[in-house]
Design a protein around this ligand. Structure first.
Ligand SMILES: [Zn+2]
Length: 332
């Protein structure tokens, strides 16, 4: 997880309480000699901080990722879950083991605790967007991040917007407990109304007996995921049994039917520079849709161009990345 964003000053202002041997110190300017014994009562954004036994937390699972220790219950959970889900579907797929939520870590010699300490911050695909590095997202990805932040009406802040050291993996609640904007946002995105959530992804269900381009794609994707089978475009007993194994490995209902959940788990986000069976699947699907390519399994400039053309034709973000939404449209 990110380490040093704790030291940047949040837009909401800093009002961290430090309990040291000398009593209660307020403000960031008083770093007492007792700092080693100090315990901050709140995280940077004013939320009560503590270990997982004192902060009310719930698990969060989005796409392939789970957030160890979870994030803070209630409206915070609704909002951070919303950010993570949109990031997963619009910016890039979340990777298992690369995402973090609550983490209680007093910082030696510092007057502040990370917002992770109150369960009000998340790190997304941390190794890909390391602390202190800017420009880890493409312009298109950044525009999607802007769109997500804009939907959150200032309630969520992105570490990429820090004035000092950037922290592009990091998203946090940027209002204090009880702020009406948080409750309003959670209500809007959690419970219908004028929801800014993008339209749900529609998948075509495929099962035994089916044949054709979707089955071919499924078979390549299974091979990509390490299952051995012949790619013949025919959904027979072998394909069915591989799907059942795959579903079991993902904790899905093992019914051998490729429905929305199995599709979402099966597809692999591929882009320029990717190679392998998932790329072959994407190339064959693009060819099927009239964007003819050699299915060589190497995602080069031509595949990127055809992907963008397909995306444009379907009203998708034309970023040239075959992500969840593009897979769904390719296999519709
Ligand atoms: Zn972070």
């Amino acid at each position: 997880m990110c380490e040093l964003h704790e030291t940047t000053t949040p837009a909401v202002g800093r009002r961290t309480l430090i309990r040291g041997a000398g009593g209660l110190l307020i403000g960031g300017g008083l770093v007492a000699a007792t700092a080693t014994a100090a315990q901050a009562a709140t995280s940077q954004n004013g939320w009560p901080a503590g270990s997982s036994s004192t902060v009310p937390l719930s698990t969060l699972a989005v796409g392939a990722a789970t957030f160890p220790a979870g994030v803070r219950n209630g409206d915070v959970h609704v909002v951070l879950g919303y950010v993570a889900r949109r990031f997963n579907s619009e910016v890039e797929a979340l990777v298992k083991g690369w995402c973090w939520g609550h983490s209680y870590r007093p910082i030696s010699g510092s007057t502040t605790l990370s917002n992770h300490s109150s369960g009000t911050a998340i790190d997304l695909n941390a190794p890909r967007h390391p602390l202190g590095k800017s420009g880890t997202f493409t312009a298109t990805q950044r525009s999607h991040i802007r769109s997500i932040l804009s939907s959150c009406n200032g309630v969520v802040r992105w570490g990429g917007d820090y004035s000092g050291r950037k922290d592009e993996m990091h998203f946090e609640i940027n209002v204090r407990p009880g702020d009406a904007r948080l409750a309003a946002l959670a209500k809007r995105i959690g419970g219908g109304g004028s929801t800014p959530t993008p339209s749900p992804i529609a998948w075509t269900t495929v099962k035994r007996g089916a044949s054709g381009f979707r089955v071919t794609a499924i078979q390549h994707l299974l091979r990509q995921r390490g299952f051995s089978l012949t790619v013949d475009g025919s959904f027979g007993p072998t394909t069915q049994s591989r799907i059942i194994s795959f579903q079991r490995s993902k904790g899905l209902t093992a019914d051998g039917v490729v429905g929305p959940k199995t599709w979402s788990a099966l597809v692999v986000s591929v882009k320029r520079g990717s190679s392998g069976q998932a790329v072959v699947a994407a190339q064959k699907l693009l060819t099927h849709r009239g964007y003819t390519l050699t299915a060589d399994g190497a995602f080069g400039a031509m595949t990127a161009t055809k992907t963008q053309a397909f995306q444009q034709s379907r009203g998708l973000t034309a970023d040239g990345v075959v992500g969840t939404r593009t897979w769904a449209r390719l296999t519709a």
